[in-house]
Design a protein. Structure first.
Lengths: 142, 479
């Protein structure tokens, strides 16, 4: 899944920053979204020190699940200094996502922080099946 | 959703009640500011806020209103304690983001030759920028003390003096803080961020008093023309962001059982009287206190840096706190409604408290003239000091604007600034800037903001605060 090209674009919001993410299926959509938020926060380098962690996120529906999933990725970086290297989705449905993350530790001398994201917002959040796959719109508070 | 915007007079616009709105919307702005305001989605956000249960009088917007998420930025709304709600989105992620202004006994002209050196020294001594980590590492136990005690924790640790607390909104502490409701994640995000500016629009600015509009009030505020001042803008860092995030998620799930529908998920809320409502107030107070401690520490280091760089004794520099005021908060306050005194929960999301002369919550030294109101502009123009007014108590629950307000997204700003050396442009105008982030200066160009002077003129003319002084930047550090 790591090799799939990231497909997202940045959308304008006066005070903040948003993304539109796409994926051929819902699994890829969530992986791409996680890669997008990571790209926005930090310039990635593959780390030698890889940490494997299983995560489980629960939500009420796909939009809620997306906010909580990206919130998890944000927290891992902001709270624990861990950067997502790759993601394996174990299972996904509208109310639960289980994944195994390969994480690298943030090293100030090797990684460049690009942007501080305060939070993933619910504002105008959408996750929908599009003609050619799945699409999500997420706005971050920066 | 369709709604009407009616001009009431030169400074006020009304959105009459329609659809699910429980109260009308009221916008304070001039005709010069209205086109930008109409250009984004902020007025729809005023309409959305007006649908929330227990809202009283109006959903309000200050002249610096712009598109936020959930509430507009520059939005004010008061809710009844009986049947009203409290919303983490109505406060924002950066709980108690605010400003503090320091005055000195020096004329700016005296330090002019050393300005570059000073900016570099401040840039070195005060951690700023994305992911900035401070020099203070807190155990969870110590961080809990910060969350309860606020600015006084910092003073007890030797950062500043007791006198600073008297010149801070609510003495730098919000009562009712309970660290037990704060998640481990918030503690983790906050454990090494105390004493850091952060990024984005946060800054520390060396300024000079450019113009005095009201000599009497300026005298009481200890401001004089040509004076050297420092303005600090920061908030509760990752600690506050996480607290907001945690409660939004919790309330987002619970709100569905409350019997009303939300026009935007970001407006998730709980009744003030309910368990989740009370717990959010306690958690929000923890973040507010963290922010006051944060600004107190940054101020202390600013004093030390100035003294060292200028080789001047504290008694000669006299770097004193004029006031510290927050602009992202929800507070239980007493207001007059229908001729009766009532306690309301006032949300200020990008709005500053503006208490009138004689109000008991204004520090004794300023009580005769009203609470100092600090309005930062962008790094290339100016900032303002105003004084609170009775009109604000009558019309906006004691609130006024908080800044210039963005008109361009960060991406647009980068595009506009492409190929330009922003730091050189500013230097040509006598403003020395150092920023940590690669794109910060481009994102923060003056053109990205409304003209703060138009915003301040609007609140002055309508009487939501009184203009006292204009401050011009000389040196800026940004994240």
């Amino acid at each position: 899944m790591e090799s799939t090209p990231v497909t997202y674009r940045i959308i304008d919001h006066t005070a903040d920053l948003g993304i539109i993410v796409k994926g051929p299926d819902v699994e890829h959509l969530f992986v791409h979204a996680a890669q997008a938020i990571t790209d926005l926060m930090v310039r990635r380098h593959v780390s030698d020190k890889i940490l494997i962690r299983d995560v489980s996120v629960e939500g009420e529906d796909f939009p809620d699940l997306m906010v909580k999933w990206l919130g998890e990725i944000l927290y891992l970086f902001e709270g624990e200094g861990l950067i997502v290297n790759s993601i394996e989705i174990k299972s996904i449905g509208p109310i639960q996502l289980r994944a195994t993350l390969a994480l690298g530790r943030f090293e100030p001398e090797r990684h460049q922080i690009l942007r501080e994201i305060k939070a993933v917002t619910y504002h105008q959040i959408s996750v929908n099946k599009a003609n050619d796959g799945w699409e999500a719109r997420v706005i971050f508070d920066i | 959703m369709d709604f009407e915007i009616k001009k009431i007079d030169d400074w006020r616009y009304l959105i009459p009640k329609t659809g699910a709105m429980r109260v009308p919307g009221l916008i304070f702005a001039s005709s010069e500011l209205m086109p930008d305001i109409r250009g984004d989605q902020s007025l729809l956000q005023v309409v959305n806020v007006a649908t929330l249960p227990g809202i009283v009088k109006h959903a309000l917007a200050m002249p610096d209103i712009h598109w936020g998420y959930g509430f507009p930025i520059g939005g004010v709304a008061a809710f009844s304690l009986e049947d009203g709600i409290i919303s983490p989105g109505g406060v924002g992620y950066d709980i108690n983001c605010g400003t503090r202004l320091l005055t000195t006994s020096l004329f700016a002209s005296e330090i002019r030759p050393k300005i570059k050196e000073l900016v570099s020294a401040l840039f070195r001594d005060i951690p700023a920028g994305v992911g900035s980590r401070g020099n203070i590492r807190l155990s969870k136990q110590e961080e809990s003390k910060v969350a309860v005690k606020g600015a006084s924790w910092a003073v007890q640790k030797g950062f500043g003096t007791e006198e600073d607390l008297e010149r801070t909104e609510d003495y730098g502490v919000m009562k009712g803080a309970d660290p037990a409701v704060v998640s481990d994640r918030a503690f983790k995000r906050g454990h090494d961020q105390l004493g850091t500016l952060g990024s984005g629009n946060h800054f520390l600015e060396i300024q000079t008093v450019d113009e005095i509009y009201d000599q009497k009030i300026a005298g009481v505020f200890n401001l004089f023309e040509g004076q050297l001042t420092v303005l600090i803008h920061s908030g509760s860092r990752g600690f506050g962001h996480q607290i907001c995030d945690d409660f939004l998620k919790e309330m987002g799930t619970q709100v569905k059982g409350l019997g009303f529908s939300l026009p935007d998920r970001q407006l998730a809320c709980a009744y003030i009287k309910s368990g989740p409502g009370k717990r959010y107030l306690s958690g929000m107070a923890c973040a507010a206190n963290y922010a006051w401690a944060n600004r107190q520490i940054i101020m202390h280091w600013t004093r030390e840096t100035f003294e060292k760089a200028l080789e001047i004794a504290p008694g000669d520099l006299q770097m004193e706190l004029l006031y510290d005021v927050c602009h992202n908060i929800a507070k239980l306050e007493t207001h007059v409604l229908g001729g009766k005194k009532v306690t309301l929960c006032v949300h200020r999301k990008g709005a500053t408290r503006s208490l009138p002369p004689g109000h008991p919550d204004v520090p004794q030294r300023y009580r005769e003239v009203g609470q100092p109101v600090l309005i930062p502009g962008d790094m290339g123009t100016c900032s303002y000091v105003l004084a609170g007014s009775q009109k604000a108590m009558e019309e906006t629950f004691g609130s006024t604007c908080h800044g210039a307000g963005r008109v361009m997204s960060r991406r647009q700003a980068i595009k506009v600034a492409k190929g330009r050396a922003i730091n050189r442009e500013l230097e040509d105008r006598g403003i020395f800037v150092q920023a940590r982030g690669r794109n910060t200066l481009k994102e923060e160009i003056s053109e990205a903001y409304k003209d703060v002077s138009l915003v301040v003129e609007a609140v002055h003319m309508v009487g939501l605060a009184k203009k006292v002084a204009k401050l011009r930047p000389l040196g800026v550090i940004k994240g």
